[in-house]
Design a protein around this ligand. Structure first.
Ligand code: ADP
Ligand code: ASP
Ligand code: MG
Length: 298
């Protein structure tokens, strides 16, 4: 089993979704594959803005309209190039999720406050829609897909917006599921469930952490994190000139980098994979020939 995680920068438009589907397909042809997806780039920030516009209902509706345009443009573009794309079903899914946000925002605007559990539901929608869209691309290519529910399977504790997953309990739950061998496994990143089976989030950038947990639960031989840079550099290549790509770093070094704020990885990503000694590689969807950076024990 291989675990692949794609960040929002790799899912920013229809072309990128199709490219990611190609990578998933290639991997699945070589063996069992599980995939964790983030929200398309910018979507989570828009969702967060909705929750911050409590006093202005019209502004909330404007942001929802922006989101609707992002997703409808995306599936319109997909429909032009992906044969047999399940356009109508996908559109219905998108409208249903956005309608739920509209209903919640109406409530928030009346209450003039946004409770954290409602905030979590709204902010999670990008990851949920990414999975619907990818599922329907893969089905249109004749693959079978199983969706893993992170609310039930990722047992977590903490706050609605920043929870920590109980690895052993989640592993038990996922081990009980009977996965069909010929199915690609798909899961929304960033999301987990609390003791009351309510949706909670894993903190900003949390899909990396979701990928690490799922890699452990599925006993993956490798966890691949696909992003928009060639791997881990000596510092943020977008901020600092003349940085160097690192061929490999230890779990300890990766943990230090992320805890001190390197956005390339969510800080809690390394703990599960290091505990279960699962090698991780950071790869670039914009430059698949690059060797990436390995994160291993040594
Ligand atoms: P994704 O959408 O794939 O999760 P992110 O934007 O969350 O991507 O993380 C990738 C970004 O992390 C890069 O574009 C880069 O700007 C930033 N980054 C910060 N520190 C580093 C580092 N040391 N090496 C590589 N990238 C880094
Ligand atoms: N979409 C979420 C965020 O922007 C989680 C992630 O991308 O990992 O923080
Ligand atoms: Mg990220």
């Amino acid at each position: 089993m291989k675990l692949l995680k794609f960040g929002g920068t790799s899912l920013a438009n229809a072309r990128k979704f199709l490219f990611v589907a190609d990578i998933i397909e290639k991997n699945f042809q070589c063996g069992k594959t599980a995939v964790v997806l983030s929200a398309p780039a910018t979507v989570t920030n828009h969702l967060v803005s909705i929750c911050e516009e409590i006093v202005n209902y019209d502004n909330m509706l404007t942001i929802i309209a922006t989101l609707e345009k992002i997703f409808i443009d995306l599936i319109n573009d997909l429909n032009k190039v992906q044969s047999n794309f399940l356009y109508e079903i996908t559109k219905k899914n998108i409208i249903r999720e956005l309608d739920q946000i509209k209903n919640l925002t109406h409530g928030i605007s009346l209450l003039k406050t946004c409770p954290k559990n409602v905030r979590a539901i709204i902010i999670s929608k990008g990851e949920i829609l990414s999975v619907y869209i990818m599922k329907n691309i893969l089905i249109s290519r004749n693959y079978k897909v199983t969706i893993i529910d992170p609310i039930y399977n990722f047992a977590s504790s903490g706050t609605y917006l920043d929870s920590t997953v109980d690895i052993l309990e989640s592993k038990k739950r996922i081990e009980k599921i009977h996965f069909q061998k010929d199915n690609i496994l798909l899961m929304s990143g960033f999301i987990a469930g609390n003791r009351k089976q309510e949706l909670v989030l894993l903190g900003r950038n949390g899909s990396d952490y979701s990928a690490a947990i799922l890699a452990v639960c599925l006993k993956a031989k490798c966890c691949e994190i696909w992003t928009d840079v060639d791997g881990v550099f000596t510092c943020d290549p977008r901020e600092i000139p003349n940085t160097h790509l690192l061929k490999s770093i230890s779990y300890q070094e990766a943990m230090e980098l992320s805890y001190f704020g390197a956005k390339i990885l969510h800080p809690r990503t390394i703990e599960p994979i290091s505990q279960f000694n699962i090698p991780c590689i950071i790869k670039n969807t914009k430059n698949i020939k690059s060797n990436g950076t390995w994160i291993k024990k040594k």
